[in-house]
Every structure is written in C-alpha cells, then in structure tokens.
Design a binder for this molecule. Structure first.
Ligand code: PLP
Length: 393
C-alpha cells in the first residue's frame, strides 16, 4: 500500500475487505507528501516542463487528481473498469444517455426518479430517440417492449419511490442477447449492498448526492462502466460538457466514502425498525419497503443484495394527515433528497416526481396520500418518537 512516487501508481488492493477499500481508496494518501488526507487540488490548470511533457494533468475540466482519486475509488468499490465524477446525478445520466443515437430506442423503469423521466421525455425525445417506461420487475413485459433498435436498458432498483425490485442478472442477460447495454441506477443501495456490474450490468450510475456523499452537503453524480468503448464515450462527454465534479466536492465524497459501510449498516438497521413501526400505525394504510418478507420481489432482493437500505414509502389515511405530518415533524425534516445522515420526509407528488404527468403518477401510486422517508442514522427511538408525534398527536 505504500506509495511515494506518483499519482498513477495505485493498486486495487484486492486483498482488502470493502470497508478497508472504502477508507483507503485508490491512492488513499498523497504519494508525494505523504499527507494522510488526500489533497484538494484547487487548480484549474497544470504547468508543463516543456513541449510535449505533461505530468498527466493539463486542465481540470479534463483531469484533476482529487476527482481522479474519487473516480478510481468508486471504480474499485463498484468493481468496474473506470469511474467518472459529474457535477450531479442528472449530469451523469445526461452523459450516459448520449450513448444513444437518433433512431435508437431505450427501455427505462416505469417508476423512476422524476428528473430522469424529464431528461428522456423533455430532452432526448427531441433528438429522435424513442423510449418506453416499463415495469422492470416483470421480465416478460420487458421482453414484449424490445424492438430491433433497442440499445439500452435503464434500470432503477429499488425504484424511486414505489420500491419495486428488478432482477439485474436476468435483465442484463436479456439486454446482452439483443445487443443493448444495461445501466443500473444504484443510488438507493450503493455498492455496499448491491454491485450491479458483478451481476452483468455494463454501467452503474449514482446520484452521489445521496448515500455516497452521505451528509446532505454536496450535489454530485458518479458513473462506473465496465465496457471500454463506453469509458471512452464518457471521457469525451465529461471533457466536452465540462460538468466534471469540482475538487472540493470530490474531496467531500472521498471523505463520505470512508464511512459508507458503517453508515449503510446503521441506515439498514434503522430502516427496518421504522418500516416495521409504520406498519403498526392506524393512520398508515400501506408501507413500501424492500426488506419486508412479503414484498413482491423479496426473493430477488435476497439474491442480489446484502441489505435493504433505508428508503421507505407509505400511504396515510388522508391528505389532511399528510399536511399534519409535514407541518409537525421536528427532528425529522420535511425536505427533498435522501441518503444523508439526517432523516428526511418527502412529498413526491410535488417534489421529486413533480415532472411526471399526473395521470402516470396516479397510475403508479404517487398520489396525494403518499409520503417517502429516507431514514437517517440518528437514534431510532428519536426518529420513531418524532414520527409518532407528527402522525398521532
Ligand atoms: C434515484 C435517483 N437518481 C438520480 C437522481 C438525480 O441526482 P441529482 O439530484 O444528484 O442530480 C436522483 C435525485 O433525487 C435520484 O433519487
């Protein structure tokens, strides 16, 4: 692990466990000075010794050592070929979708983050790309939507916000058989609980704003790919769109990753307790949580993940109860986003899924009595007490 020479001499530390890889990253420390905390290279440009003699870093839109450390660390954790860090999850998705050419077709999860829906519906549709939003937990339904020009499957699993689970290995094999790429949005579970690339997917994307950063303090996106041509494509996009993650934000994510395993374990533990408690509440009519044994795709979750995370959606008995809960939560905050140390409660209908047309929202179940919780890592008794007060007093 000792490395006192240059920024390219790093190893994947295959003999270490996930938690150690998360702490020690790619280089982990600064190979030149030995600084234990990887430096923030706050420089837009890099000096050349002479014509044709670059250090490997020329201009931070193209490469930056801090961003590179994050990208390499994410590639190690996702067990992929190469990582790319973007200024947001949306920017990462935009770059991935540019893989498609006019005339191509893409199949996406029907129940998906509203911003991803918007990218397809409002932007890429203008460039001759056709798309279908399909329930990816139904393999036959996916098969029936494949066309001769289908070039990508875009899977969110678990889905945001209905918590449907898709079988990554079966879908990746199906996509491969028709010459399409499989991309998995791994935001909800992170590589600590789910590694799509090891199940046959070609790329993983994250809103790293969420569990990867983990502290509700940075907007960021990550892509990790396993296909060399897609890696070349992503490098070109990042360099051309100019939406690479800034050095300070990259450093915040490197720091966030060091505690990813212990945060995820606590999220998981708290999530299970809060989901079980919600189920006992009179005013709660339905709870959506992938860790329930009677979740329709529980067996798939058991097969492909090592934890359930802390995302829970639920319906309450009336819109008045929704208003009461959102006005009365105290420690739990009514705010958009998820995956941070703080417990957040969201109203998807007018927040995260506002871009989805009302008829589709109703069909999916994103209705006026529907709420989403991102359970944080506070003491679980405090989370439950706060929700209890907001719901029942
Ligand atoms: C599952 C999922 N994917 C992608 C995004 C977009 O990420 P960002 O907000 O970082 O642009 C989000 C944002 O909420 C999300 O929840």
């Amino acid at each position: 692990m000792k490395n006192f020479s240059n920024y390219n001499d790093y190893s994947r530390k295959e003999d270490l466990h996930f938690a150690s890889k998360a702490v020690h990253g790619a280089l982990g420390n600064d190979p030149i000075t030995g600084a234990v905390s990887f430096p923030i290279f706050q420089s837009s440009t890099f000096r050349h010794k002479a014509l044709g003699e670059s250090t490997g870093y020329d201009y931070s839109r193209l490469q930056n050592p801090t961003r590179q450390e994050l990208e390499r660390t994410m590639a190690i954790l996702e067990e992929g070929l190469e990582g790319f860090a973007f200024s947001s999850g949306q920017a990462a998705n935009m770059a991935l979708f540019t893989w498609l050419n006019p005339g191509d077709h893409i199949i996406l999860s029907d129940d998906i983050y509203g911003g991803t829906y918007r990218i397809m519906n409002d932007i890429f549709s203008k460039y001759g790309i056709t798309y279908d939003f399909v329930d990816m937990s139904d393999l036959d339904l996916v098969k029936s939507h494949i066309k001769s020009n289908t070039k990508m499957f875009f899977i969110e699993t678990p889905t945001n916000p209905m918590m449907k689970v898709a079988d990554i290995a079966s879908l990746s094999a199906l996509a491969k058989s028709v010459g399409a790429l499989t991309v998995v949005d791994n935001t909800f579970l992170t590589p600590y609980f789910q590694k799509p690339l090891t199940l046959g997917a070609d790329a993983v994307v994250h809103s790293a704003t969420k569990f990867i950063g983990g502290h509700n303090d940075t907007i960021a996106g990550i892509v990790v790919v396993n296909v060399p041509e897609l890696a070349d494509h992503m490098r070109l996009q990042l360099k051309s769109h100019g939406n690479g993650l800034a050095p300070l934000d990259s450093w915040l994510l490197i720091r966030g990753l060091k505690t990813l395993p212990i945060r995820m374990d606590k999220h998981n533990e708290n999530g299970m307790k809060v989901a079980n408690w919600l189920r006992t509440q009179k005013k709660v009519t339905k709870v959506f949580y992938v860790g329930f044994e009677d979740h329709p795709q529980y067996e798939i979750s058991k097969k492909q993940t090592t934890g359930f995370g802390s995302m829970i959606s639920f319906n309450v008995d009336s819109f008045e109860t929704v208003q009461k809960v959102l006005a009365n939560v105290d420690m739990v905050m009514f705010a958009e986003s998820l995956g941070g140390t703080e417990t957040l409660i969201t109203y998807p209908r007018t927040q995260t899924h506002e871009s989805i047309p009302e008829d589709i929202r109703q069909k999916l179940g994103i209705n006026e009595t529907f709420l989403r919780l991102s359970v944080g890592i506070e003491h679980v008794d405090d989370i439950i007490r706060d929700l209890d007060r907001a719901l029942n007093s």
